[in-house]
Design a protein around this ligand. Structure first.
Ligand SMILES: [Zn+2]
Ligand SMILES: [Zn+2]
Length: 96
């Protein structure tokens, strides 16, 4: 699993959601909450690809999601490189 500390500002984000917004910007489609992020990149129609992010506060559930997404049919054709570009990332969230 990747651990991600770097992001685009100097704030210490306290939620995975704020961190994900900072890392991937407003184009990201972010669901759920927590510090474990399962990410893949979608491209729908002629849109440029954008990150599709599921957040979990529990590593076991995050891994289960990642496994579910590794099914080649899960993402369909809209996912760039289905499976291979799915990532599980743990955010290092700032201390209060
Ligand atoms: Zn930031
Ligand atoms: Zn995918």
């Amino acid at each position: 699993m990747k651990v991600r500390r770097e992001h685009h500002c100097t704030k210490n984000h306290r939620t995975g959601f704020a961190m994900a917004r900072c890392v991937w910007g407003t184009r990201a489609d972010i669901k759920g909450r927590g510090q474990y992020a399962v990410v893949h990149w979608l491209k729908i129609g002629w849109s440029s690809s954008y990150p599709d992010v599921y957040l979990f506060d529990d590593e076991v559930r995050a891994r289960a999601k990642l496994r579910q997404m590794s099914d080649p049919f899960y993402c369909g054709g809209s996912c760039r490189n289905a499976g291979a570009r799915h990532e599980l990332i743990r955010f290092e969230l700032g201390a209060k």
